[in-house]
Design a protein around this ligand. Structure first.
Ligand code: 5GP
Ligand code: ZN
Length: 141
């Protein structure tokens, strides 16, 4: 845990977030500034900056959660596909130096190429986030 890290504070419930799913090692929650409705972040509970700082078991566990959540996210958001992204280290433009996988629901012809996909274009309200989180959770079994 790092006291200066926003995601560690989310893990400790010191900052509220819309949690989608949690297991022993990882947490998934909605991005506060989404690129598309349902934009989800999946993080390991261990505070590590880069994927290669995690053990292979921790990476397997993180990607297992990714695998578990992709279909529920797509179904809940009526998305045809996803863009999956990791800014792996501060020098890559990573704002929060705690490993996280972005899962961005995509629709055919949504006008976003890979260079635009992480651009933010939304003005979501708290109710929208609550509703989206509930929809995704409903699809996880
Ligand atoms: P990065 O640029 O580091 O890959 O992405 C960091 C992501 O964390 C951004 O998409 C940003 O919107 C999200 N984020 C930053 N602060 C918070 C927060 O307090 N809560 C949530 N849910 N997401 C956050
Ligand atoms: Zn952290």
């Amino acid at each position: 845990m790092s006291n200066d890290c926003v995601f560690c504070r989310i893990l400790e419930h010191k900052i509220p977030s819309n949690i989608i799913y949690e297991d022993k090692n990882n947490l998934a929650f909605l991005d506060i500034n989404p690129s598309a409705p349902g934009h989800t972040l999946i993080i390991p509970k261990k505070h590590k900056i880069r994927v290669e700082d995690l053990s292979i078991e921790e990476v397997r566990s993180l990607f297992s959660m990714l695998h578990l959540l992709l279909k529920p996210i797509c179904e809940a958001m009526n998305a045809e596909a996803t863009t999956i992204a990791i800014n792996n280290g501060p020098e890559s433009g990573q704002d929060i130096p705690h490993v996280h996988i972005h899962v961005i629901p995509r629709k055919i012809n949504d006008g976003k190429g890979v260079s635009q996909v992480l651009l933010r274009a939304s003005n979501f309200k708290t109710e929208d986030f609550n509703e989206i989180a509930a929809k995704i959770k409903e699809k996880i079994n």
